[in-house]
Design a protein around this ligand. Structure first.
Ligand code: DQA
Length: 146
């Protein structure tokens, strides 16, 4: 059985492609998912990519990854990155390593994006590379396999 990597996307990321393309680029979530599928095949990983605008869905999916014994979670929590104690706690409640990703570099943007509640409980964080943040994260997830 191939190791499973959940790729979870939070609010407004369903609008990628048309949402502030000068910040987030023109790739859609579907096109990012297609590239990650090909990459996962090459890495012999199974991926399951999801998106929700609802905080509780992300919490439930983190629990699900824990119960499934996933290799890793790649998480772009969107704006919940900066606000969600519930997602922070969910990550702490499971033993699956989380790789935090962002398309943009939040540290180079508004002050309210400088704090991440995900970063202190993540294995590591990758930001600022557009869709490339996800491909770098999938490579990082593959490197966690032993
Ligand atoms: C984001 C950065 C967040 O600050 C923002 O709220 C998003 C997208 C990113 O991928 O760059 O929704 O997570």
């Amino acid at each position: 059985m191939k190791p499973l990597v959940l790729i979870l996307n939070g609010p407004n990321l369903n609008l990628l492609g048309t949402r502030e393309p000068e910040i987030y680029g023109r790739d859609t979530l579907d096109s990012i998912g297609a590239a990650l599928s090909a990459q996962a095949d090459a890495l012999s990983l199974e991926i399951d990519m999801r998106q929700s605008n609802h905080e509780g869905h992300l919490v439930d999916w983190i629990h699900e990854a824990g119960a499934a014994g996933a290799l890793a979670i790649i998480l772009n929590a969107g704006a919940y990155t900066h606000t969600s104690i519930a997602i922070h706690d969910a990550i702490k409640a499971v033993s699956v390593p989380v790789i935090e990703v962002h398309l943009s570099n939040p540290h180079a943007r508004e002050a309210f994006r400088h704090k991440s509640l995900i970063a202190p409980v993540a294995k590591g964080s990758i930001c600022g590379f557009g869709a490339g943040s996800y491909t770098l994260a999938l490579d990082a997830a593959a490197a966690l396999r032993h």
